[in-house]
Design a protein around this ligand. Sequence first.
Ligand code: CP
Length: 293
Amino acid sequence: MKNLFRLKDCTAEEIQHILDTAEECRKGVYDDSLCNKIVANCFFEPSTRTQYSFNTAELRLGCKVITFNPAGSSLAKGESFYDTVKTFESFGIDAIVIRSAEDEYYRCLDGHLGIPVLNAGDGKKDHPTQSLLDLLTIRQEFGHFEGLKIAMVGDIRYSRVAHTNIEVMERLGMKCYVSGPEEYREEGYEFIDFDQAVKEMDIVMLLRVQNERHERPMQISTEEYHQRYGMTAERVKQMKENAIIMHPAPFNRGVEIADEAVECSHSRIFKQIQNGVYVRMAVILRAMEKEHE
Ligand code: CP
């Protein structure tokens, strides 16, 4: 049974293998015979991309899908997270996809479930399938990871995307920097001035300011944020010819990215979203032990 809690638990070889499977899925070469499998998507926190791309991936593989609606569930009657998940397992489903605002929610499940858990994001800790789709997009663009330079810009401290990406990207030979407002910086990562990053990086990854996780409002206005840390049309012109812009989305136009930059020639934002379906197909196949060899 192959859970996917964190990419830290996967070797570099396993990660490359998942990306290879995702590429096969992109080319239409996959086993779509999972019609007797039922997958439950249990999102205890809002999501558009992750939830519905998992849903699309499951349908492409022939799975039957249950979508959990927390607002209409017995959580309102005091049922716990653990008992909710155990209830789904008791239905006889084959795998469960979970997102929660709790860091490492999966610790209370580990060893207590007989079905694979696919982590669709936990608090500010990990977002393994987001990092896999980011890696797939980078590998498609550059053909390798070794020696590439990436800056992640914005709310680093509260970003599960930044935390997961920096660990795995460094392991795969990339050089990672962080940039953005001081209030969202975190010890242990190499800082770079944003305008320098725009000129020097192969990849500039913008991050949303995650107000829902903050105890106090951002100390600068959104206008000032855009002016100091936003990917404006002027900054796009400063990028290296082959450099790309990424963003896990949802993005806030006019804050971390200008309207004109969202779909400019350097942007791979919608490509990332497309790749999300392929990597989620790959991790479902892995969970069901149906990966290609
Ligand atoms: N990137 C991402 O996780 O988006 P959602 O929150 O919409 O799933």
